[in-house]
Every structure is written in structure tokens, then in C-alpha cells.
Design a protein around this ligand. Structure first.
Ligand code: KIV
Length: 281
């Protein structure tokens, strides 16, 4: 069995089969995400915030994306791995954009994702013609957070909503195989989902998209003191579980309860007594 293909996602839309996409950025987590049944893994440029500690996705580089994409690919066999193109890896120059997308595919990704609407449709068309599967990303596109002035719901006015619908159509026509819709009103996401033939994948876009995507660290509760988004549901409180495990380890080391005989390696009495007699000194 190979990896899930981009065509499977279209089939799922036609069959009304909803699917989950989840981010992963490293080998260990990618394995767990795949083992738990997520068919699509996004190596999101959100790694800039949750893995590298930046304030936004803007500082993420191609080298960051390549490094993490390779680790996720090594950790998975079946999931479709999609890599984000980071800020300024595709905006300035189309030749450079195609070459950068190619590098992500050579790193093992099955597709790339880029942010933007009808203005990037010619680039999407060219990438698709080159053999690069492209996922679009509309609504609150985090690389433009400085322009939006924060994480605000997009598409709230009739004109802004109509622009998102037009952008979705333009990306579909250009050959994008799926569209992420981020932080837009649920009825607008429903409308887009009904009007395009490619699957929509929502995050903060209500229940009517064909699929849903979340940032892994958010659903696991790894950041329990920040990153509180209305669109996220925490399925675990791993932050506290991890802290408690580490507290236990630290205190067991301090009082001498770890390691015990069980975690130590013995030596035979014979070897020990030879050593004590200094035969090998
Ligand atoms: O970078 C990312 O994780 C994303 C998702 C939020 C869609 O783009």
C-alpha cells in the first residue's frame, strides 16, 4: 500500500466522506499521527510558532521547511504529507517559486500548500503544469497577519465574502486539488464548499467543509498558557502530563529513587573481583 493520493481526497468529497488533516513537524509525532489514523499530514509553517518559538510564521525559511518535511516523511508510510511554502519562497519570482516547490517534493512531500487567492492563480497553474500538486489557503492566511492586523475573522462583509468565493474558484480553475479555509464565517465556508468541486479543509470555518485541519500542539494542549483559539478543541492536556512526568523524574533523581537496579547494568562477581585485585590496572 502506498501513500494516500490527492485524488483520494476528491473521491472522499464526492462520497461525502469527511477527513481530518493534522499538522506534524517531527519524526516521533508524525508516526503517532499516522498510527492514530490521520490520512493527511500538513507540515505547516505554523512550525515557526509551535516548534521554533517565533511570534508568527513570517520568519520561517525554506531550510526550516525542508528539515521538518524530511523528518515527517521518514516517520510515515501511508499518510499524504503536504508541505507549506514559507513566506517569500513563492511571492517574489515564479521561477524561484517553482524551484522551491520542487525542493519540497524532492524532500518527500506529496504536495505543497501556498497562501493567496486569484493573484497566485497563474503561479498555481504553472506549478500544476510542472507536476506539482498544490493546495490553496484562503481566509485568514497567517503569512499576511501583519496586513490583517491580527488573527481576525475574514470574509465578514458581502464584498470580502464574494472575494473569497471568487478566489476559491480561481484556484480551482488553476488546478489546486484542495483548499484550506481559515477563520471565515461557517456559512461562507459552506457556500464555498458547495461551489467548488475540490475538497475544502476548514480551520475555524465551521462544520460544513469536506475536511478539517488543526495544529497538533493545540489539540494536544501542549500550550496550556497560550495559543487559546476559539476554533480549537483540546482533546488532551499534554502540557500538564509532560510537566508532571518531568517533575517526577527530577525529584526521583534528587532523592535517589532513580535509577534503581532495574534501570542499571550488572557486572559479574568474577569480573568485579578481578577488577578489585587490580589485575588490569
Ligand atoms: O501552518 C499551518 O499549520 C496551517 C494550518 C493552520 C492550516 O497553515
Amino acid at each position: 500500500m502506498g501513500r494516500i493520493s490527492i485524488h483520494k481526497l476528491t473521491e472522499w468529497k464526492q462520497e461525502g466522506h469527511r477527513f481530518a488533516m493534522l499538522t506534524a513537524y517531527d519524526f516521533a509525532m508524525a508516526r503517532l499521527v499516522e498510527q492514530a489514523g490521520a490520512p493527511v499530514i500538513l507540515v505547516g509553517d505554523s512550525l515557526g510558532t509551535v516548534m521554533l518559538g517565533h511570534e508568527s510564521t513570517v520568519p520561517v525559511t525554506m531550510d526550516d521547511m525542508l528539515h521538518h518535511t524530511k523528518a515527517v516523511v521518514r516517520g510515515t508510510e501511508r499518510s499524504l504529507v503536504i508541505a507549506d511554502m514559507p513566506f517569500m519562497s513563492y511571492q517574489a519570482n515564479a521561477d524561484e517559486a517553482v524551484a522551491n516547490a520542487g525542493r519540497l517534493l524532492q524532500a518527500g512531500a506529496g504536495a505543497i500548500k501556498l497562501e493567496g487567492g486569484s493573484e497566485i492563480a497563474p503561479l498555481v497553474r504553472r506549478m500544476v503544469a510542472t507536476g506539482i500538486p498544490v493546495m490553496g489557503h484562503l481566509g485568514l492566511t497567517p503569512q499576511s497577519v501583519n496586513q490583517f492586523g491580527g488573527h481576525k475573522v475574514q470574509g465578514k462583509t458581502p464584498a470580502a465574502a464574494a472575494k473569497i468565493i471568487g478566489d476559491a474558484r480561481a484556484l480551482e480553475e488553476a488546478g489546486a486539488f484542495a483548499l484550506v479555509l481559515e477563520t471565515v464565517p461557517a456559512p461562507l465556508a459552506k457556500m464555498v464548499t458547495e461551489r467548488v468541486t475540490v475538497p475544502t479543509i476548514g480551520i475555524g470555518a465551521g462544520p460544513d467543509c469536506d475536511g478539517q485541519v488543526q495544529v497538533l500542539h493545540d489539540i494536544l494542549g501542549l500550550f496550556d498558557d497560550q495559543r487559546k483559539f476559539r476554533h480549537t478543541k483540546r482533546y488532551a492536556e499534554l502540557g500538564e502530563i509532560v510537566r508532571q512526568a518531568i517533575r517526577d523524574y527530577v525529584s526521583e533523581v534528587e532523592v535517589g529513587d532513580f535509577p534503581t537496579e532495574r534501570e542499571s547494568f550488572p557486572m559479574t562477581e568474577e569480573t568485579l573481583s578481578e577488577l578489585r585485585q587490580g589485575a588490569h590496572a
